[in-house]
Design a protein around this ligand. Structure first.
Ligand code: FES
Length: 121
């Protein structure tokens, strides 16, 4: 009697979604589910949820229309020279200002809380 056995190994790598809280300019808190496997940043995430973030330069750190304030104790990567230069020229800048387009959606920022900076009229 001949017995043939085959085994199959399926490995599923499930991307983890994280939670991002955005407080809009009216003070309303929005809890967003953010995928970590789509190479997105905070500016793009806000736009995908139709939050009022312009992102006029497309994420090149050249417009500051994605400025937000970090309100959680999340450890972010150090700001690049480009981000610091842009914030030097922006309005409404605070010590906790960051450019949303320069914050990648990754596991390490799960639970982050950001408040949208005011816009110029
Ligand atoms: S989208 Fe322009 S600086 Fe972030």
């Amino acid at each position: 009697m001949y017995i043939c056995t085959q085994s199959f190994l399926f490995i599923f790598i499930m991307a983890q979604d994280i939670t991002v809280t955005i407080i809009d300019r009216e003070g309303v808190s929005h809890e967003l589910i953010a995928p970590t496997d789509m190479n997105m940043n905070i500016m793009e995430l806000c736009k995908s949820y139709d939050l009022p973030v312009k992102g006029e330069c497309g994420g090149m750190a050249m417009c500051a229309t994605c400025q937000c304030y970090l309100e959680s104790d999340t450890n972010l990567e150090e700001q690049s020279d480009a981000e610091l230069d842009m914030l030097d020229q922006a309005f409404f800048v605070k010590p906790n200002s960051r450019l949303g387009c320069q914050i990648p959606i990754e596991d390490s920022i799960d639970g982050i809380v950001l408040r949208l900076a005011p816009e110029l009229d």
